[in-house]
Design a protein around this ligand. Structure first.
Ligand SMILES: [Zn+2]
Length: 414
């Protein structure tokens, strides 16, 4: 290896070892990492043959053969067809696929009004999806969801294993303690979601807030062109404004597990008082609540009274001037906040989710214009600002992705 290659590869390792949680890179760990890399390649590119996997992963054929042998034995993957003979007499390599029935993944997307429980196979195909009215009594409601999960796992007994339940929640979540802390849209406080659901189902539970779940879904399942994106900012525009930040392929959770509340960065110190105690937070200008309030002011005594963002978007689509102006103004504020975050985080892609993205043609030029005017650094790559890849409930996709992420992500070694 040339000297410059050595230096180059050295500089690719930038993470300080975590001495509080050292797991030396023993044989088992390497085996686990290699298995997960292979499963991720399969998930992304299937059907794919062993030689093709070898080419992508950089492993030699013997190593690939050993790992795929183990994965076949564990029923994680299957061989497709029986390797027909080519016209010139050779045997083509057998394509491999993930075994869809190996894992049944549960996802629960809890929102203020409606909760969706879904079961997907290992290929991310949803095989069951049921919706419930979200209950005010958190314990009774989560016990009910637990019971439904037990019923579903009996009904879908062709799955070899149910590795866990991913839960997306609309508010502050501490996924270390397993608690849903608080929310402005749901009257649940300090709810031990993980403990309650694990007790009622016997399955491991992972929780996170909906913006972070959505960010995770985008990095794993978003548009194909994000396949090599490592740094992504997700801006969830809903009743409130929250963000999910993916750094180098992993979700950034912060020291207290509450990272992503950029909606509470003040953008006007003389602005209105926010529920967080500060004045002029970004949330007060760019959330759905802000857009609805702005529309009410703009329409004055004329026009329709609107309390749901969905209805406001319908008015924009119908050409209503006040509704369009309300949304355009929100787009300006989204642009201002996103510019600050791009300057601070330098993501490759910014994904915006929420009802407002249904009128992407109205908001996109304004957001892009704002960012162009105020970006600091000259950039070698342009930053893509896109609507979410998932038209319906990115957070449900994210809840399922929490479990997929736990099966396929690569652990830190050391
Ligand atoms: Zn605030």
């Amino acid at each position: 290896m040339s000297n410059s290659r050595v230096i180059h590869s050295r500089h690719r390792f930038t993470r300080k070892p975590n001495l509080a949680d050292v797991k030396a890179a023993g044989h088992d760990m390497l085996r686990l990492v290699n298995r997960r890399i292979l499963l991720s390649i399969l998930s992304d590119r299937q059907p794919i043959s062993r030689p093709e996997i070898a080419k992508i992963s950089g492993h030699n054929k013997a190593t690939i053969s050993t790992i795929t042998g183990e994965l076949l034995k564990d029923s994680c993957i299957i061989e497709e067809g029986s390797g027909r003979t080519t016209p010139i007499g050779g045997k083509p390599p057998t394509p491999l696929r993930l075994n869809a029935q190996r894992f049944g993944l549960f996802g629960v997307d809890i929102r203020a009004d409606e909760t969706i429980l879904a079961l997907s196979d290992f290929n991310n195909r949803i095989v069951s999806r049921v919706s419930y009215e979200t209950g005010v009594d958190s314990t009774a409601f989560l016990n009910k969801i637990g019971k439904e999960i037990r019923k579903l796992s009996v009904k879908h007994d062709s799955f070899i294993e149910f590795p866990g339940i991913g839960v997306s929640l609309p508010g502050l979540v501490d996924n270390h303690s397993g608690k849903f802390l608080l929310s402005v849209v749901l009257p649940w406080r300090d709810v031990p979601v993980v403990q309650l659901l694990e007790k009622s189902t016997g399955l491991p539970v992972i929780i996170d807030n909906s913006a972070r779940c959505s960010a995770l879904a985008e990095i794993w399942h978003g548009k194909a062109q994000y396949a090599h994106v490592r740094n992504l900012l997700y801006v969830s525009v809903s009743t409130g404004l929250a963000c999910g930040v993916v750094i180098d392929g992993g979700l950034y959770r912060g020291g207290n597990n509450t990272a992503g509340q950029f909606g509470h960065i003040p953008i006007d110190l003389n602005g209105n008082e926010c529920r967080c105690g500060q004045r002029g937070c970004w949330d007060l200008y760019a959330s759905d609540k802000a857009t609805l309030k702005r529309y009410a002011e703009l329409r004055g005594t004329s026009g329709k009274r609107v309390t749901a963002m969905r209805k406001l978007i319908e008015l924009v689509e119908a050409g209503d001037a006040a509704a369009t102006e309300a949304v355009r103004e929100t787009a300006r504020y989204l642009g201002i906040g996103i510019t600050g975050l791009i300057n601070g985080l330098d993501p490759e892609v910014v994904v915006i989710g929420g009802e407002i993205t249904k009128v992407w043609g109205v908001i996109e030029p304004i957001i892009v214009e704002e960012t162009k005017r105020h970006l600091l650094a000259p950039r070698s790559h342009s930053i893509a600002i896109r609507p979410s890849a998932f038209e319906v409930r990115p957070s449900l996709k994210g809840a399922l992705t929490l479990i997929q992420n736990s099966l396929l992500s690569v652990p830190h070694m050391g």
